[in-house]
Design a protein around this ligand. Structure first.
Ligand code: 5CA
Length: 437
């Protein structure tokens, strides 16, 4: 992609409502545009990052055998009345009437809808276990939408649902998802801590939030630093290993403020290992047994032919929130550096452009074509602007690698640098292999 062609409305002005770095940066680099309070359009740069996150989340879900599907955004109120949540959910639920006067709603979550799909199709224990997921827009009429995509009304979520015959099997599904989440966040270049959590309107008695550390987060967190030393590579997907992952991670103190006890924290964690900071909840998993299957009559024949309510859990990842969260975790001193797997581009070529001589631009185009051939996702900054402005702009856009074609270049060697570090002169071949690494 050539920068001159990219729809990226960069602005210098900062809207007064943007209080945190990620919101400011997403507006300044034209990643999103507010359409009304808590509702955003995703412009090409922001959309590209979100799609990369979505794809990693999808691959990790598929890896554990979860199956992708899609459910509608608009749901009928009937199933919510069956589960009893139609009244409980309160004003966060956007209620709509269709032209026949039927009560509908924009789904804030999908436990009821998936239970309805499941009960009409699966009758026997032989079809279990199952995990189904979808990646879809959700709507919650948040009382105070704020911080851009972090807490908005319309947001993009991966939502998975597990179905098992027994409590014991259901906990295995829960543990599988627990491990899968740790792997997913690591692939996204983020360090997430699982924390025992309240279940809120989703319900159940077993739940973990996955939180990444960031001072601008909404949750106050208290954790033991040593949790970051656990090596994920030592676990695999056998049942034994899966229950060990959860045991090992939860053996370290890690809670949000609603579960905090000063006494326990000081007893279990010595001073030097105490983390007291804020965090952003990027994922949340729940085990709630038959909370929905029982009132909604989602019954399964067990081996003896007895009908029992299927045991369910649900597992969310805030895909759109993660775009903001990744910025919060990686933006320092006015420089943004995307984690490589989710960067909008792998590398940007920055030729020093001179009106009387387009030699640098031609060299840049040649390198651009070569990198494209290798499937490198490359941006060429062909905008006629001085280099110092270009550098400032790319400090904000945050592409982790730059190829600079200017006064320091040699005939066949160009400056190559990783953001926030020193450049080196390399041939195109060497640049290609560095990028492959
Ligand atoms: N169905 C369950 C689990 S799948 C559920 O809805 N869980 S949740 O309410 O915790 O939401 C899952 C994730 O969506 C959260 O961890 C968070 O990352 C994201 N999320 C929730 N509300 C918002 C919001 N208002 N704006 C942006 N992201 C949100």
């Amino acid at each position: 992609m050539y920068l001159s062609k990219l729809f990226i409305p960069i602005t210098k002005d900062l809207p007064a409502e943007a209080k945190i770095k990620s919101h400011q940066l997403m507006l300044r680099t034209g990643m999103i545009k507010q359409s009304s309070a808590g509702i955003y359009s995703w412009l090409p740069l922001g959309f590209k990052v979100m799609k990369k996150i979505e794809q990693i989340v999808r691959e990790e879900q598929n890896f554990i055998g979860a199956q992708e599907m899609l459910m509608p955004t608009i749901q009928s109120s009937e199933i919510w009345k069956e589960s009893g949540r139609y009244d409980d959910y309160g004003e966060e639920m956007l209620r709509i009437k269709d032209r026949q006067g039927r009560e509908m709603l924009y789904g804030p979550t999908n436990e009821e809808l998936i239970t309805d799909v499941f009960r009409s199709s699966v009758k026997s224990y032989k079809s279990l276990p199952q995990i189904l997921y979808h990646i879809q827009w959700k709507f919650r009429d948040e009382i105070r939408p704020r911080f851009g995509v972090m807490r908005c009304k319309e947001f993009y979520m991966k939502d998975a649902y597990s179905f098992d015959l027994t409590d014991e099997d259901a906990k295995k599904s829960y543990n599988k998802m627990f491990f899968s989440y740790l792997k997913t966040f690591r692939r996204l270049g983020l360090k997430a801590i699982p924390m025992a959590a309240d279940t809120g309107p989703i319900g159940g008695d077993l739940s973990h939030e996955f939180v990444i550390l960031a001072e601008t987060g909404e949750s106050q967190i208290f954790a033991d630093k040593r949790i970051f030393e656990i090596d994920l590579n030592k676990y695999d997907f056998t049942d034994e290993s899966l229950s060990k992952v959860r045991k090992d991670f939860t053996s370290f103190y890690a809670v949000t403020d609603d579960k905090f006890s000063e006494k326990k924290f000081n007893e279990q964690v010595d001073n030097k290992n105490q983390i007291k900071t804020k965090g952003i909840e990027v994922g949340h998993i729940f085990y709630f047994g038959d909370k929905y299957s029982k009132p909604m009559n989602c019954l399964i024949d067990d081996k003896s032919g007895k009908k029992i309510s299927v045991k369910m859990g649900s597992y969310g990842i805030g895909v759109s929130r993660l775009v903001g969260a990744a910025i919060e975790a990686n933006y320092n001193d006015d420089v943004m550096k995307w984690p490589k797997p989710i960067s909008p581009f792998d590398v940007v070529i920055l030729p020093s452009i001179n009106k009387n001589n387009n030699e640098n631009l031609q060299k840049a185009e040649k390198i651009y074509k070569e990198l494209k051939k290798q499937n490198v996702d490359v941006l060429l900054d062909d905008v006629d602007e001085n280099m110092s402005n270009k550098f400032k702009k790319h400090d904000l856009i945050g592409i982790p690698y730059q190829i600079i074609i200017g006064s320091k270049s040699e005939e066949n060697k160009f400056e190559f640098k990783e953001l926030k570090s020193k450049s080196e002169l390399l041939s195109v071949e060497n640049i290609k292999s560095k990028l492959k690494e």
